[in-house]
Design a protein. Structure first.
Length: 312
């Protein structure tokens, strides 16, 4: 079992304070240095527009300032992690944006907007006609769960959320394979909807347990289970889908969980951070900035996992 090098945590903390975005620096402070939830929210709200959606490069691989589903999903994950109350204004306005941009015919939200092309972005964030087929319920499955998680039965958002979940599950249960990002959205969807199993079983064509089993099956199929390949390219790893020791997938992955934790520690730089495994191939100046933003995001997220599994 790999242990952190002596002094590496302190190096990581210094790097985060000096080089990360203020948002990730605040998240680091909240998780590891006595910072407050309110400080994180203040920096997160800087990415929120008047319509309640998020933009402005919150997801650093595209710099569209306009509100969009992907940036709003990114914000939603942080808000769930912080356990922000549904009554908070940042949640209320975000829910309004999601309701107003929901496509009831498809059950989805547009994953990529035409305006993406007008701003620096990674190639995979480029817009073209029919691009939604590449994304499907990424991030819609999780956005739908946000609506249910933060509203109640009297709210229009609640109905929209269940309508979207119903269509998302139809997609899930008919898919032979699925991109691991979309699978991740479904994993978080079932986690958020766990308290609503009775409603799920009444509303959706498949039972909650059937959906959980199918999601976990997709995860096991898409995760790279050969540790010798983890350092080559952009591969989904076990800990991309496991939140903590209590996750049911821990027993499925077995020793791969400890190997993944060891891998994270081995891959840390001398500065105590992690680099990304992808490039844009264009916009070199903007990519350099995006890369630095991602280093901060990954460092917070992986340290949280290490902490959860008792490696700090």
């Amino acid at each position: 079992m790999q242990a952190l090098k002596v002094g590496i945590f302190e190096k990581s903390a210094r790097w985060m304070k000096r080089h990360a975005r203020p948002l990730e620096a605040a998240r680091w402070s909240y998780e590891f240095d006595g910072g407050t939830k309110e400080e994180v929210l203040n920096y997160l709200k800087a990415f929120q527009n008047d319509d309640g959606g998020f933009g402005h490069g919150l997801e650093p691989d595209f710099w569209l300032p306009k509100s969009n589903a992907m940036a709003t999903w990114t914000a939603g994950r942080i808000l769930v992690d912080l356990e922000v109350s549904s009554s908070h204004d940042v949640i209320q306005t975000m829910i309004s944006y999601l309701v107003n941009t929901y496509d009831s015919d498809s059950g989805m939200w547009a994953s990529v907007l035409p305006e993406n092309n007008n701003f620096p972005h990674a190639p995979w964030w480029g817009y073209q006609e029919g691009v939604q087929k590449n994304w499907m319920f990424n991030p819609g499955a999780e956005l739908a769960a946000f609506l249910i998680h933060w509203t109640d039965e009297e709210d229009r958002a609640w109905s929209s959320g269940w309508a979207s979940v119903t269509k998302a599950v139809e997609r899930l249960m008919s898919a032979d394979e699925m991109d691991f990002h979309e699978v991740s959205n479904f994993k978080q969807m079932i986690k958020l909807l766990k308290p609503y199993q009775e409603m799920f079983n009444k509303t959706v064509s498949y039972s909650y347990n059937q959906v959980v089993e199918t999601v976990e099956s997709h995860i096991l199929k898409c995760v790279e289970q050969d540790p010798s390949k983890w350092a080559t390219g952009y591969n989904p790893l076990p800990l991309d889908f496991v939140d903590g020791p209590e996750d049911s997938l821990v027993s499925e992955f077995g020793s791969l969980i400890d190997q993944n934790l060891d891998f994270y520690i081995e891959q840390m730089s001398e500065e105590g951070i992690w680099d990304i495994s992808w490039e844009w191939g264009k916009y070199p100046n903007e990519f350099a900035i995006s890369r630095r933003y991602w280093q901060g995001i990954i460092t917070v997220d992986r340290y949280k996992i290490l902490k959860t599994f008792g490696r700090i």
